[in-house]
Design a protein around this ligand. Structure first.
Ligand code: NAD
Ligand code: USQ
Length: 406
């Protein structure tokens, strides 16, 4: 390829990071994964596991070498705790691009208790800041691509299409002149996890302005699906599939619940509208973001990385129609609006050529090839969402007897 970049993929052992590392390697880039394996350790501590049987890192990387001929390097570094190791690595590699997935990313886990709240803040904020501060201290100029979240905007029905990061405001000055300013769209996080993503935004704003770092912040919706063109090549390359009450996201949970005979756990009325994107489109968006760094103009490029919006009850109905699953409306363990509208601009990725995979296309393949195939690995007691947002809430637990899978 004509423009092979040296890319560090932080969090490259995770659900979004692993398939992205493979895709960027396939495109001819020189990849180093950095991960401290905390996600696998949290699974072990919770007594949970990926529905899909994920291989060890060594095995994954060896399988990729066998299939592609490409070597991906791996460094086990905690980017939040080990600043010296971060500095040494950046100084050695001098990356063209740092793709940053390496954060604690589950809202329910971040609300489990005071320990998890503190861990999420310490891990996410320090990790992001260490990467930025080390780059500047070394005089490096990497393009920084961060995975943020749609959830920084909140879900309180502002009545307008959510723009890509910036809101034009018109302020009356002392001289009665109206001045236009583009401000960061006001944040309205719904969990400690989402709060850390809101705080990340200010770190980026500062380092883009002060040090002229080129930063792209991708405000991603809920990712669904499991496999990408590269992870499908061999079972040793398979991507993780989280379904437990803390880390499982809503659509993948419903797909797994349908095949193991668990009623679909709709929180409350299911009127929550959220933005979604398939994992295959995530990796395509990452490649587009890597190829299109922003100017050094002091402004963070913020792109909304999502392809469609749905209510939770629409999703449940879609999955129930395909699978015959029952739907159960359970108490909502979260503190969130029961019903909301959501309109989001995703014009940048569409203009860069993204052709989204729709839910209607991908749902059946996902159900049959992944959820049904690995259904016997499901640990049923991990299905209920038991992390509550406030002391007053009762867990929304539904524990019916599992139905036998045909
Ligand atoms: P994940 O938990 O599967 O992967 C995150 C990886 O980062 C894990 O492998 C973990 O071990 C690693 N990590 C965490 N802290 C680290 C540290 N201090 N040092 C080194 N490695 C560390 O999560 P994911 O679903 O792949 O999400 C990746 C990113 O994308 C997150 O930042 C998340 O906020 C964002 N995102 C995810 C989704 C989604 O639906 N999964 C949606 C929007 C945004
Ligand atoms: N929900 C249910 N039933 C369930 C699980 C969830 O009704 O069994 C509801 C939740 O109450 C919520 C919605 O589904 O209203 C979405 O929950 P989720 O767990 O799928 O997604 P969320 O907590 O928002 O977090 C996920 C990722 C996070 C990412 C975020 C993108 O874990 O890393 O940042 O999606 S976004 O939602 O756009 O902010």
């Amino acid at each position: 390829m004509k423009d092979s970049k040296k890319i560090i993929v932080v969090g490259g052992d995770g659900f979004c990071g692993w398939p992205t590392a493979l895709h960027l390697s396939k495109l001819g880039h020189n990849i180093t994964i950095v991960d401290n394996m905390s996600r696998r350790e949290i699974d072990a501590a919770l007594g949970s596991d990926s529905l899909t049987p994920i291989a060890s890192t060594d095995d994954r990387l060896a399988a990729w070498k066998e299939h592609s001929g490409n070597t991906i390097a791996f460094e086990n570094i905690d980017i939040a705790q080990d600043f010296d190791a971060v500095t040494t690595l950046l100084d050695t590699i001098k990356p063209d691009t740092i793709v940053h997935f390496g954060e604690q990313r589950a809202a329910p886990y971040s609300m489990k208790g005071v320990g998890e709240k503190r861990y999420t803040v310490d891990n996410n904020i320090s990790g992001t800041h260490n990467l930025l501060a080390a780059s500047v201290a070394l005089g490096l100029d990497p393009h920084f691509v961060h995975l943020g979240t749609m959830g920084v905007y909140g879900y309180d029905d502002d009545g307008l299409e959510i723009p890509e990061g910036y809101l034009p405001v018109y302020v009356p000055g002392d001289d009665k002149q109206i001045t236009k300013r583009d401000i960061l769209y006001p944040t309205n996080p719904g969990s400690v996890y989402h709060l850390t993503k809101s705080m990340d935004q200010l770190l980026f704003q500062f380092y883009a302005k002060n040090d002229r770092l080129r930063i792209t912040d991708l405000h991603q919706g809920i990712v669904w699906g499991t496999q990408t063109d590269e992870t499908k090549l061999n079972e040793r390359l398979i991507n993780r599939f989280d379904y437990d009450g803390d880390y499982g996201t809503v659509l993948n949970r419903f797909l797994m619940q349908a095949v193991v005979g668990h009623p679909l756990t709709v929180h409350g009325t299911g009127g929550q509208t959220r933005a979604f994107i398939h994992i295959q489109d995530t990796v395509k968006c990452l490649a587009l973001a890597v190829e299109n760094p922003p100017e050094k103009d002091g402004k963070v490029a913020i792109l909304n990385q999502m392809t469609e919006t749905h209510t939770v009850r629409e999703l449940a109905k879609l999955v129930a129609d395909v699978s015959g699953a029952q739907i159960a409306n359970v108490d909502n363990p979260r503190n969130e609006a029961a019903e909301n509208d959501l309109r989001v601009s995703n014009k940048t990725f569409l203009s860069l050529g993204l052709k989204p995979i729709t839910l209607a296309e991908g749902l059946i393949e996902e159900t049959q090839k992944i959820a049904a195939k690995y259904a016997d690995r499901c640990i049923h007691k991990m299905i209920p969402c038991v992390s509550t947002w406030t002391h007053k809430q009762r867990p929304g637990i539904v524990s019916p007897k599992p139905r036998k899978v045909a």
